[in-house]
Design a protein around this ligand. Structure first.
Ligand code: UDP
Ligand code: MG
Length: 337
């Protein structure tokens, strides 16, 4: 609270914000993506609201309904009747958690913004400590889970493998076990809003923007209500989205592989020519030809497929469709109603 706050003036010489400047009182935004969370809404808000009310006088809980097909919207609106600082954006359909988070980031007005899931797997009580760290001068306070036992073994394995691969080849590594549960300063939110891509792999974008990041450990517990919305295929595609968005390694690796295969082919060809010159021609070779043809055919198909993964994503980006569409909003912007 010393050195950092010393260089606090709201605006630096060039009109740029001074690092570490923290307004007091400040506004806190909590953004909560919700997809079919009707059972979770009440327990979640019952636990969250007392916590945030004690932390910041001015706060908003911005719920983003990601096209739920249950009573999520009605439940949130019922709570909004008693607490107008609960706000709601309803997306036009299910756009996915990343899009819902983007909607929250686009509409949150706070000086500090916390993203949290509705399922109480992440303890709202931690928000107080996140704000302390933010006040110390960190721009991002990312919570890292210490315990994965709430998730299935298979999911833990897939997730660990993903981080290992991703961090090997991506331009900006993601700290393992950090999720979307995090506090971000206004400057980080503004930076995220500048990123133009349609593919919102938030973990990657969070890492890419940088800023001064610190982590807070927490126990990730069982869901209180409802079921996880993620399925294997969704996670697999999610992983592909992440890797293709932040690494070109899968594209480039083929030239090296091709080079290696070509060298091996030359060596083998020289060997065959020499052997034929010395020992004369004999008939065999069927097995080696078949092996080479099948192997190279397979390798070519794989490389084409990977090319396809990237080309498909280029197509999506060039269409420049919005990341999400808003069907209705309550309490957002000036026409708060
Ligand atoms: N979620 C969402 N859209 C989706 C899937 C999930 O907004 O398409 C929300 C969900 O309501 C929850 C959060 O994202 O608040 C995390 O989802 P979930 O708990 O199912 O994921 P997990 O904890 O298993 O990663
Ligand atoms: Mg969850």
């Amino acid at each position: 609270m010393d050195a950092v706050e010393d260089d606090c003036g709201a605006i630096g010489s060039g009109g740029l914000p001074v690092a570490g400047a923290r307004l007091d009182p400040f506004r806190l935004s909590i953004i909560v993506p919700m997809f079919n969370e009707e059972e979770a809404v009440d327990p979640f808000l019952d636990r969250l609201l007392p916590v945030v009310a004690g932390l910041a006088g001015d706060f908003e809980v911005l719920c983003i309904d990601d096209g739920s097909r249950d009573a999520t919207v009605a439940r949130v609106l019922a709570r909004r009747g008693a607490e107008p600082r609960v706000k709601l954006i309803a997306l036009a359909r299910n756009f996915g958690k990343e899009a819902a988070l983007s909607a929250g980031i686009d509409h949150a007005e706070g000086d500090a913004v916390v993203a949290i899931d509705a399922d109480l797997q992440q303890p709202p009580e931690l928000i107080g400590r996140m704000i302390e760290r933010w006040r110390e001068g960190f721009d991002v306070v990312a919570c890292t889970r210490t315990d994965r036992s709430a998730d299935s073994r298979a999911r833990g394995f897939v997730s660990r493998t993903f981080y290992r691969v991703f961090n090997r080849i991506a331009e900006q590594p993601i700290p393992p076990e950090t999720g979307d549960f995090r506090l971000m300063d206004r400057a980080v939110i503004d930076a995220l809003r500048q990123l133009p891509e349609r593919n919102r792999f938030m973990k990657g974008l969070f890492a890419w923007v940088g800023f001064r990041v610190t982590t807070l450990p927490y126990d990730h517990i069982q869901r209180t209500a409802g079921a996880s919305k993620f399925r294997f295929w969704k996670l697999w595609n999610f992983a592909l989205d992440g890797i293709t968005a932040f690494s070109t390694f899968p594209l480039r690796v083929w030239s090296y592989l091709g080079f290696a295969v070509a060298i091996l082919a030359i060596l083998y060809a020289s060997f065959i020519v020499l052997r034929t010159l010395i020992f004369g021609a004999d008939v065999p070779g069927f097995a080696s030809i078949l092996t080479a043809v099948l192997f190279l055919g397979g390798v070519q198909l794989i490389s084409l497929g990977i090319l396809g993964e990237y080309v498909g994503r280029i197509l999506v980006e060039t269409k420049r469709r919005p990341v999400y569409l808003v069907r209705a909003a309550w309490g957002i912007g000036s026409d708060a109603g």
